[in-house]
Write a protein of this length. Structure first.
Length: 249
């Protein structure tokens, strides 16, 4: 406890799943926390569950202009920022021949372009030192069918940890990534499958995990807390795969 005492944190996509659990742990560790989302009702529900100390704001991770507005809001509310957890993202699982230009742009806008311009907008706001944690994916490392665009977008995001760490070393900003394997979150229910199809997809994915199960959001949040805290002060430009051994197959 208190590993993040006095630190100021922003979590994008924090109203459910990994982002929500990370917000919970950040608060328990003593941080002041702002989460973003695109659904006010879900943000309000998160605040109701986690307490009034949690700050929430509507923001679309795919909208470049919205990133500048979000950075200004963070500066106005917190003054400076010690921790950024880029968690907002989408998964579009379709065969290559079914991906059109709009779908391609949507994935890259949310998973890559938005985070890039958010980090850019936050540069004057980051404290020294500060920690950026990016939410990658095991899919950037394996050849899972029907994830071509998603996997490419996450590979691009993970590339940021090395370039940002090199570029920002004089500012005291370090970047690292946590790359989950399959995690039990509402994400999979948004893929458009029927309940029966969803069960089949889940069983197929779980069979590819040596640990034999989906991970829990708390298991990813544990890793994010480590990267956000001073315990990882000497960890720079690193990626931690929390995937039940899936990337080792």
């Amino acid at each position: 406890m208190n590993r993040l005492k006095g630190k100021r944190a922003l979590i994008t996509g924090g109203s459910s799943g990994i982002g929500f659990e990370t917000a919970r742990q950040f608060l328990e560790e003593g941080a002041r926390v702002i989460i973003t989302g695109t659904d006010q009702k879900k943000l309000d529900a998160a605040r109701k569950e986690l307490g009034t100390e949690l700050m929430v704001t509507l923001s679309d991770a795919s909208d470049v202009e919205a990133q500048a507005k979000l950075a200004k809001s963070v500066a106005d509310t917190l003054g400076q920022l010690d921790i950024l957890f880029v968690n907002a993202g989408i998964v579009d699982m379709r065969p290559l021949e079914q991906i059109d230009s709009a779908a391609f742009d949507r994935s890259f806008n949310v998973n890559v372009k938005g985070p890039f311009f958010l980090i850019q907008a936050l540069l004057p706001v980051f404290a020294n030192p500060a920690s950026i944690v990016l939410n990658g994916s095991v899919n950037a490392h394996i050849g899972m069918p029907n994830t071509t665009v998603y996997s490419a977008s996450k590979a691009a995001l993970i590339s940021f940890i090395r370039t940002l760490s090199g570029e920002f070393k004089s500012r005291g900003i370090r970047a690292n990534a946590v790359s989950p394997g399959p995690i039990s979150t509402p994400l999979y229910s948004k893929l458009g499958f029927s309940e029966e199809q969803l069960k089949q997809v889940a069983a197929s994915i779980a069979a590819q995990v040596p640990a034999g199960r989906f991970g829990k959001p708390s298991e990813i949040a544990d890793a994010v807390v480590f990267f956000a805290s001073d315990e990882s002060a000497f960890t720079v430009g690193s990626e931690l795969l929390v995937d039940g051994g899936m990337s080792n197959l």
